[in-house]
Design a protein around this ligand. Structure first.
Ligand SMILES: O=C(O)CCC(=O)C1=CC=C[C@@H](O)[C@@H]1C(=O)O
Ligand SMILES: [Mg+2]
Length: 370
């Protein structure tokens, strides 16, 4: 039986339809792990998150091969002024990931003009930041496109990068109509400035077939996220040649070692991204990014910036656009600010016991099958 602590915090900006985030920390012989599947995930899907938390608590992680991890600033679906402010206050990030394809209250996807204004605001923030700056925190290597060459001429120059994430929210037609406009808004087609078109689009459409079609029909590289972490068969993305980049998240994929294995099987460039955890959970993502043999792109691990409270004294935040590789422990004063209301704590304890049962049963069946 592990020691456990439940935490809860408001978010600075609404993200993924959430205004608060909560989760459970579990302690074992190797340190603290985090269990924080979103509440809309059922027990079968959430049990994998417990596997990752147990790896952290009971085993620890493979040794790092680097001591900092370049990261993107995450820009939620906010108004342009706020998008700009988030980039300016990002701790030196020179890559931004912007959420697009948000659902409006009526259920429609936000208009292209709204997405375009958000991208332009981020680009103008980078223009301002990079006016006399040669881009600390840029990934050390330019991203490769599908020919193995840098993705665009701009990737060879120091500068800023803009990627967008649609969370599968566009139809194929919408993706093909919107991408050229958003690529231009990000400085595509050789317009002057600090950014030069989209670095990639993450999960433009829901299905793997549509990702492959987007990739065939236009030049912006495609990254697969949900098609990896929520798929029965993540390798379909590779078989269908549906992505240029894969996004790996430690918790939904069952741990750092599981992700390292998957990265090897996939054989595509990897971006490690968070699941909006506290800094205890983020440390697992940082450990994965630190252990990957190649890390050609900035990672999506700067999301402690989205939390009002964290559970550690010094959250895993970027400095000069990179997060130092370390593993912070929960801190009593920080935990006092991130205390969960009693009903939330009770729900997490009940969920933890259910997930432990699901996982133990699955492991027993697995070992009986040999
Ligand atoms: O990649 C990032 O910049 C931050 C992490 C991030 O975007 C996400 C975290 C948690 C849930 C996801 O909906 C979302 C994503 O889709 O990548
Ligand atoms: Mg994503």
């Amino acid at each position: 039986m592990h020691d456990t602590i439940v935490w809860s915090t408001p978010l600075r900006t609404r993200f993924r339809g959430l205004d608060t985030r909560d989760g459970m920390l579990i302690r074992g012989d190797a340190g603290w792990g985090e269990l924080s599947p979103f509440w809309d995930y059922d027990d079968a899907e959430s049990a994998t998150w417990l596997r990752a938390a147990r790896e952290a608590a009971d085993t620890g992680w493979p040794a790092p091969v680097r001591d900092t991890v370049p990261v993107n600033v995450t820009v939620p679906a906010v108004e342009p002024e706020q998008a700009r402010a988030i980039v300016l206050a990002s701790g030196g990030c020179r890559t931004a990931k912007i959420k697009v394809a948000q659902r409006l209250p009526g259920g429609d996807v936000e208009p292209l003009s709204t997405e375009q204004a958000r991208v332009e605001a981020v680009r103008s923030a980078f223009d301002e930041l990079l006016a006399d700056d040669d881009g600390p925190g840029s990934p050390s290597e330019p991203p490769a496109d599908r020919t193995g060459e840098p993705a665009s001429a701009t990737a060879r120059r120091p500068g800023a990068r803009i990627r967008i994430d649609a969370n599968g929210g566009w139809s194929l037609d919408e993706a093909l109509r919107r991408l050229p406009v958003l690529d231009r808004a990000a400085g595509g087609d050789g317009r002057s400035g600090s950014t030069h078109g989209l670095e990639y689009v993450e999960q433009p459409c829901a299905s793997v077939e549509d990702l492959a079609a987007v990739r065939r029909a236009q030049h912006v590289p495609v990254a697969a996220d949900e098609s990896i972490r929520r798929a029965e068969d993540p390798l379909r993305v590779v078989r269908l040649e549906a992505a240029d980049v894969v996004v790996l998240k430690v918790a939904p994929l069952g741990g750092v070692r599981a992700c390292l294995d998957l990265a090897e099987q996939v054989g595509l460039p990897v971006v490690v991204s968070s699941a909006l955890e506290s800094s205890v959970g983020l440390a697992a993502g940082v450990a994965l990014a630190a252990a990957l043999p190649d890390l050609p792109h900035a990672c999506g691990l700067a999301t402690a910036q989205l939390l009002v409270h964290d559970v550690v004294a010094a959250p895993l935040l970027p400095v000069d656009g990179a997060i130092p590789v370390r593993r912070p422990s929960p801190d009593p004063a920080a935990l006092a600010r991130a205390t969960a209301p009693r009903d939330v704590a009770d729900r997490w304890r009940a969920r933890y016991h259910r997930l432990a049962q699901v996982l133990d049963t699955a492991d027993a069946v697995g070992s009986a099958a040999g």
